[in-house]
Design a protein. Structure first.
Length: 201
């Protein structure tokens, strides 16, 4: 077994790595701010907490990774949303929240089929996000509100976060793009020895 320090701390960091505010951090900050602003404009009493979470998760180092991750989040949102709406529909008929331990047990057990569905469609990386969407729809549901309106709003929040993250990552350059541009703007100086060798017959 590895030493506890190797388990807790990441030792795979590159040697030349140094702490700095990179483009991924900047993109994440911008995306979260925009999601919060959209939430404030939609509902002055809320700040789109779920869209902020989706934006933080979706922002990746490269555009390709963000596009793939965004598609996965859409799939996770759809699966978690379907299960969440089904639970809320069941709640309107059975009123299981009157005995909260039973309701919580049902939610916990339903995580099993949710995870199995993500594995069945070969998207294991979406499992955790799908469970987050499902729990966000079911746990934070206010009993005196319309459950379907609540579910649609929570799903819309998540979709907004994914779309904002995708647009931000497409609009702003990534670290690799900036690095390539810097290298192209400042070409390396020619080697003097190579020039002398070229001049010789």
């Amino acid at each position: 077994m590895k030493r506890w320090r190797d388990i807790i701390f990441d030792n795979n960091v590159e040697e030349h790595y140094h702490i700095h505010v990179g483009m991924r951090i900047i993109k994440t900050v911008i995306a979260v701010f925009i999601c919060g602003l959209i939430g404030w404009l939609r509902d002055r009493d809320g700040l789109n907490f779920f869209s902020m979470i989706a934006a933080v998760i979706c922002i990746q180092k490269s555009t390709e990774a963000t596009i793939k991750n965004s598609f996965n989040r859409f799939a996770g949102t759809a699966i978690g949303g379907v299960f969440g709406v089904a639970v809320l529909f069941m709640e309107t008929k059975l009123h299981t929240q009157q005995f909260m331990p039973l309701y919580l047990l049902i939610l916990a057990l339903l995580l099993i089929p949710i995870i199995l569905v993500t594995l069945a469609i070969h998207k294991p990386s979406v499992s955790s996000f799908t469970c987050i969407v499902f729990l966000g729809v079911t746990v934070y549901h206010v009993s005196d509100a319309n459950p379907y309106t609540y579910a649609v709003n929570r799903l819309l929040d998540t979709v907004i976060g994914v779309i904002v993250a995708l647009i931000i990552n497409l609009a702003l350059p990534g670290h690799a793009t900036l690095r390539a541009a810097e290298q192209g703007a400042e070409p390396p100086a020619p080697d003097e020895k190579s020039e002398e060798t070229a001049k010789k017959p």
